[in-house]
Design a protein. Structure first.
Length: 363
């Protein structure tokens, strides 16, 4: 309908495992009123991966989704039918980061004037800058899946800090890896872009979006050496990887803002933000998931047993980001709080700038 964007999901992945699959499930369940999922483009499971792990599960999902919802399944964006008159087409790109530059070009050629790009967007600043330029030349708008930008714990913490003199905000991100060389080595290898471009990229996007942080505006970066840890570990391939298993740092900007980030691969399954006063006393904390989220998580666990746990705790935020992007696409309504590709470029620039600075301080 004219109120809804025609959504093309690019990169579904394996049911229960892939982020793309969860995006599909939310839209098929009518969780995003402005988004109508019309096509799923899945080159891997409809091609070389059909007979491998996850292939059978995908085929079953495809059959059911075609029958129940009339969604078209395609191997490539080139197979999309021409854009119908008056239809606003949105590409939700949820593939591997390295494929994003090519997939974005193909989506624009297929008539998508709005692109939802999963974070971090591209492997490097140079590639993301090139994508930004191409989208600009083609008149396409690229918005990012940085869901923490719309998270309740972030907005509540920012609101509280605004009412406190000298209130200092720290964003804390945790993950549930075992604190062993084997577990972290596997993590370092699989997330080879490094912690700051991977796990902590959401927090850096918050700094760029809300705290005037840019490479040019950073006055100082100070690592908390007591908390932080950098290791060189062997991955499953036998190759060695150096990364942070935990990091904490405070950034001061030239425009007088100050904010801290803390990330720990082995910190548990709760992420949160705090406000402290000038003496370091904690005045406020809001966690994700909170009680309200946990009730929703229980419902979703029963509905999709065996799915990735982080889908459930962030479920409301994924819905918010998708629906705001779809409403922008279909109706031109500004996607409030959603990170643009400009913010994504600066976020990656900040990540690339911080890594050597923090490594030097921890030597």
């Amino acid at each position: 309908g004219k109120e809804q964007a025609e959504v093309i999901l690019v990169g579904c992945g394996c049911p229960l495992r892939g982020m793309g699959w969860y995006h599909a499930v939310q839209m098929l369940g009518d969780e995003c009123p402005h988004a109508k999922l019309c096509y799923i483009v899945e080159p891997w499971f409809m091609g070389a991966g059909a007979s491998g792990p996850g292939g059978a599960e995908f085929a079953e999902f495809q059959k059911k989704t075609e029958a129940d919802h009339g969604v078209g399944f395609l191997k490539s964006l080139a197979e999309l039918p021409p854009l119908a008159d008056g239809v606003q087409r949105l590409a939700l790109i949820s593939g591997r980061t390295g494929d994003n530059p090519r997939l974005m070009s193909e989506a624009i050629k297929a008539g998508c004037k709005t692109i939802y790009l999963e974070k971090p967007g591209a492997p490097t600043v140079a590639e993301l800058e090139a994508m930004k330029k191409e989208a600009g030349e083609e008149g396409a708008t690229v918005l990012m899946g940085y869901n923490k930008n719309v998270c309740k714990y972030v907005s509540k913490t920012r609101d509280y800090a605004a009412g406190v003199d000298g209130g200092h905000v720290t964003f804390v991100s945790n993950n549930t890896y075992e604190p062993t060389a084997e577990s972290l080595g596997e993590c370092f290898e699989r997330n080879a872009e490094g912690m700051l471009k991977n796990m902590a990229i959401h927090e850096l996007a918050l700094l760029v979006s809300f705290y005037d942080v840019s490479v040019e505006n950073i006055e100082s970066v100070i690592a908390d050496k007591e908390f932080s840890s950098m290791q060189t570990l062997k991955g499953p391939s036998g190759k060695e990887w150096t990364d942070f298993d935990k990091i904490k740092f405070t950034i001061k900007t030239k425009t007088g803002k100050e904010v801290s980030v803390q990330a720990d691969r082995c910190g548990g399954d709760t992420s949160y933000a705090t406000v402290t006063n000038t003496t370091g006393e904690e005045l406020f904390r809001h966690s994700m998931p909170d009680e309200e989220d946990l009730a929703n998580v229980s419902v979703l666990e029963a509905k999709y047993p065996g799915a990735m746990p982080y889908f459930f705790s962030q479920d409301p935020d994924y819905i918010t980001v998708k629906d705001r992007v779809a409403n922008f696409c279909a109706n031109g309504v500004e996607a409030e709080g959603i990170a643009t590709i400009d913010i994504a470029c600066e976020t990656l620039r900040v990540a690339e700038y911080l890594v050597p600075v923090l490594q030097d301080q921890l030597k």
